[in-house]
Design a protein around this ligand. Structure first.
Ligand SMILES: Nc1ncnc2c1ncn2[C@@H]1O[C@H](COP(=O)(O)OP(=O)(O)OP(=O)(O)O)[C@@H](O)[C@H]1O
Length: 934
């Protein structure tokens, strides 16, 4: 599938892209092997010419419905084809006889209704659009015509649509092989109704699918000689037991637990249930409800389906009692007991759940407690009772819950099988296999190991069918062919399941040896498969191992391999439930031969599963297989999102790419000589003149149509991919051309005959009629003329009368109109006058109103002004008063000063007078003295 066509600048090519797998672009530079491509994303990448692929510019925009018809058959071409079809809701595409189904993640009811089934009934494979009905129809017809059992293998990763496709196949087979219900339930009805029952107990919401089947399923539908469904059997594989006790967020436990919690109140009360959030086995995840799913309705529907598949009311009751008991078991917690390393129910709540579980399971409550908290060890000399510490008691409780659930599931499957019944006289069957696809996660445990073993087995079966059969056919037919390489995975199968020495055998050995641990098991694997090319030890890993599977490398973590592989029922659990007074519960744990010795019987899940696979493969090998590969277009589980990288990985894992390569490398179409000549003889009618045998006729025919590369075998013509389509196109062209020639000739003959007949009749009629006609014509013309005259007179009279009447009416109308107009005018004038008066009243009123308002405003304004002036005058007066006060004070002061001055003046005057007096006195004294002295 490498790029084979030479490149030029401007060529449109696909280039590998880390994000989208392949991206388209244009070659912008070529330097030998090195080229540069300008991608549509805008970036330019440098690549080797051998790593790019041509874009088929002439490919139909809506894709082709069989990929082997693609002109350029390479990965990007295949992806582009699937994507273009998916964009138009064409979710099914063939690759030869393999049907690829891309999950639409939305309901497309028109694709599956009864009219669609009617269309596919009996239609040749490939004649109508690809569809699971076409695959089922081909299987059904092949079974009827050739008497060979058929199988349809549906594969794909979780959420890819396997179960939905399986249901469609079963519906179509029930439609083809159904019979009118005479009384009660028909086999096909029971087969169809077994689906909801199995889904209720075996399906759960996971991150990858809201309704994920946690088990593999092979449904065998048996048919009688008339092609009617006469019996059926369901085989199931490897139910995921760990989910019963361990649910990670945001997943759910099995649907039946939530349905029972949502059952009608009386049922919920009967089983002492309630909100799922109160149960340990359900509340480890926060997801309780599913979008668009009503658990209470599902409960009713499941009970109805159980009834249809033949599960009686008592049995249904017992089943749901066990389901409820498991929930109660999960709520029993343990605390340390008085003895060393012993345990007992932790509190009142735990006692309540213990008692309820024992009531529901109808067993002794003390015996139940002992079976959870103690172990009896039988030695040659004595029987020792050993206590379990609280952690071991929890493990014991979970083991009991898991065993109970898986036994319950097996019982339901057996019941369905017994109730539908198998037809011992049936010679043919159609088996539909819905089994988990290849898985590779971050952490891969024992489950992934088993699932990938299944896929290796199925891949080998696919290889054998598609490739080995192909080449065997070439050899048998003695045609020239070059050996087509294909990856045979027998070595991986030997690595896993060879006995002795394979991984499963070593695991069983480790499980039986008491001192084994996961590390010792891993070490054993490293030693044994040191040089095995399909096995490797990851660097730094101490107990992981990697297997190089056909679909890619998977690294497994061995941590829980030993525990998960051990498939024994604890003797105490077995004894307890076998002694239940409920016949149903006791029947889930029938006594085993080893029980008498009270020893736990070892059995390995791996080996049992391997055996189941051997038996499945045996059945498949005795049937003619058909393949449906389901593809999940995105991990968001949303419609209209096509993640190319993701899809490509799935196509590789499903072997689709390899199948395309091999099919196209060989001769995908072959036809027996007689069929070939029958079909295409029309392309060279001269070779069918009886002188050529079939082989020569075929050769001459192919020479005439100039097709190369075909091969003539011993019984068949072998055609290269696309050659059949080309021959068919030419045949259709010739048939079309011949049909138009025949149509043209027949039409011409018929027209000519009709024409001659008509012409003859016409001539005779003309001759007979012409004379008669002429007479009749003359007479009628004469009458016509007379009539015309009368008509004219009449018309004149009528016209005159009408004119007069019109004039009169016109005058009276005019008079009427005028009177009316005058009245109208008068009324108008009156109204106008009244209006004027009203207006003048209004105006006057308005003027008065305005005047009043203005007056009021003026008064208010005046008041305001006067107030303001008064305030101003008051202020002036106050100021004047203040000034007058000051003047008065000054005057008083001055008067005081004048008074003081006057007083001082008087004082001076008095002092002067005193002084004068003193002077006079002095003089007198002097004079006296003088007199005395003298
Ligand atoms: N043909 C279809 N038309 C519409 N929806 C589909 C179709 N096929 C699948 N789906 C949707 O995809 C979901 C997953 O499909 P389904 O359960 O068949 O997957 P699966 O491959 O069986 O997964 P698992 O292995 O987990 O059981 C369905 O619940 C449904 O919603």
């Amino acid at each position: 599938m490498a790029a084979s066509v030479s490149l030029a600048v401007g060529s449109l090519v696909w280039v590998e892209d880390p994000d989208t797998a392949w991206i388209d672009g244009e070659v912008v530079e070529i330097k030998g092997e090195d080229i540069k491509v300008l991608c549509t994303s805008g970036k330019t990448v440098a690549v080797k010419a051998s790593n790019v692929y041509h874009i088929d510019t002439e490919a139909p925009p809506c894709g082709v419905d069989d990929m082997t018809r693609l002109s350029y058959l390479h990965e990007p071409g295949v992806l582009q084809n699937l994507r273009s079809r998916y964009d138009m809701n064409e979710i099914y595409t063939y690759t030869g006889s393999i049907l690829i189904a891309v999950n639409p993640f939305m309901r497309l009811p028109h694709l599956y209704d009864i009219h669609m089934m009617a269309q596919y009934k009996g239609a040749a494979f490939g004649e109508l659009s690809p569809h699971p009905f076409a695959v089922a129809d081909a299987a059904y017809r092949q079974m009827i015509h050739e008497g060979i059992s058929q199988s349809i293998l549906v594969s794909g990763e979780s959420g890819a649509g396997k179960t939905e496709s399986t249901k469609l196949l079963m519906r179509y087979l029930a439609y083809m092989g159904g019979r009118a219900a005479t009384e009660g339930r028909t086999v096909e009805q029971q087969v169809l109704e077994s689906n909801p029952v199995l889904e209720a107990f075996g399906n759960a919401k996971t991150v990858r699918n809201n309704n994920s089947s946690r088990f593999g399923k092979f449904v065998e539908i048996q048919f009688d000689q008339k092609g009617r469904i006469s019996g059926a059997a369901v085989r199931t594989y490897l139910l995921e037991r760990s989910r019963v006790c361990q649910v990670s967020d945001p997943e759910r436990n099995y649907h039946c637990f939530y349905m029972l919690c949502a059952a009608p109140p009386e049922e919920v009360q009967k089983y002492k249930l309630g909100n799922p959030r109160t149960f340990h086995y359900l509340n480890q995840s926060n997801c309780y409800e599913l979008d668009g799913v009503d658990d209470s309705k599902e409960y009713i529907d499941t009970r109805r389906a159980m009834e249809i598949v033949g599960i009686s009311n008592d049995e249904q009751d017992a089943i749901f009692r066990v389901v409820a008991a498991i929930l109660h078991l999960g709520n029993i917690e343990f605390a340390k007991g008085k003895e060393m390393d012993s345990s007992l129910p932790k509190d009142e709540k735990s006692h309540f759940h213990l008692t309820t579980a024992s009531e529901l399971l109808m067993c002794d409550v003390k015996a139940l407690e002992d079976s959870l908290c103690k172990r009896v060890i039988v030695t040659r000399d004595e029987t020792i009772t050993k206590w379990l510490d609280p952690e071991s008691a929890v493990l014991s409780r979970d083991a009991l819950a898991k065993t109970l659930y898986s036994r319950l599931f097996d019982w339901i499957v057996d019941k369905i099988n017994n109730s539908i019944g198998q037809d011992p006289n049936s010679k043919v069957l159609i088996g539909v296999l819905d089994i988990y696809g290849f898985e590779s996660f971050k952490t891969n445990s024992f489950e992934q190991f088993c699932i990938n073993l299944t896929n290796e087995k199925l891949q080998q079966h696919f290889n054998q069918h598609v490739f080995k059969m192909e080449q065997e056919e070439y050899t048998k037919e003695e045609i020239d062919w070059s050996y087509i390489e294909f990856v045979d995975n027998q070595d991986i199968l030997d690595l896993i399941e060879k006995k002795p020495g394979g991984i499963i055998a070593l695991l069983d050995e480790a499980c039986m040896f008491p001192r084994s641990t996961n590390e010792t098991f891993a070490q054993k694997l490293y030693q044994t498969f040191n040089n095995h090319k399909r096995f490797s030890k990851p660097k730094l890993a101490r107990s992981d191992f990697t297997i190089h599977h056909y679909a890619g490398d998977v690294t497994y973590q061995t941590e829980l391999f030993l525990d998960k592989n051990k498939d024994y029922v604890v003797a105490e659990h077995q004894g307890l439930l076998n002694a239940s007074t409920c016949a149903f519960v006791a029947s889930l744990f029938p006594p085993s031969p080893e029980e008498s010795s009270n020893k736990s019987k070892f059995s390995s899940i791996g080996s049992r599963f391997k055996q189941q696979l051997v038996s499945l493969l045996e059945t498949l090998s005795s049937t003619e297989p058909h393949y449906i590969r389901c593809v999940k277009p995105n991990n968001l589980l949303k419609p209209a999102i096509f993640e190319s990288k993701n899809v490509l990985q799935q196509l590789r894992c499903g072997g689709v790419m390899e199948a395309i390569r091999i099919s196209c490398a060989g001769y995908p179409t072959r036809k027996p000589f007689d069929e070939f000549v029958d079909r295409f003889g029309i392309l060279a009618p001269e070779v069918l003149d009886g002188r050529n045998d079939e082989v020569t006729a075929c050769k001459k025919l192919m020479e005439k149509v100039r097709l190369d590369g075909y091969q003539i075998g011993k019984t068949k013509v072998f055609l290269r991919a696309g050659q059949m389509a080309e021959l068919d196109a030419r045949r259709t062209e010739v048939l079309g051309r011949s049909a138009s020639i025949i149509q043209r000739k027949v039409r011409a003959y018929l027209s000519r005959r009709t024409f001659i007949l008509i012409r003859r009749s016409a001539v005779q009629m003309q001759a007979a009629c012409r004379g008669q006609l002429a007479r009749v014509l003359y007479e009628s013309m004469r009458r016509k003329a007379a009539c015309l005259r009368i008509q004219t007179d009449l018309r004149m009279y009528v016209a005159r009368k009408a004119y007069r009447e019109i004039c009169f009416s016109a005058i009276s109308i005019q008079a009427g109109i005028r009177g009316m107009a005058a009245r109208e005018d008068l009324r108008f004038r009156r109204q106008t006058r009244a209006a004027i008066i009203i207006q003048s009243h209004c105006r006057r009123y308005l003027a008065w109103l305005q005047y009043t308002r203005l007056k009021k405003a003026a008064i208010t304004t005046q008041c305001a002004w006067r107030g303001r002036i008064a305030r101003k005058e008051l202020r002036t007066l106050k100021m004047a008063a203040r000034e007058t006060g000051a003047l008065q004070a000054a005057k008083n002061k001055l008067e005081k000063q004048v008074e003081e001055l006057t007083w001082r003046l008087q004082l001076e005057k008095r002092m002067r007078a005193d002084l004068e007096e003193a002077k006079t006195l002095e003089i007198r004294s002097y004079n006296l003295l003088c007199k005395k002295c003298n």
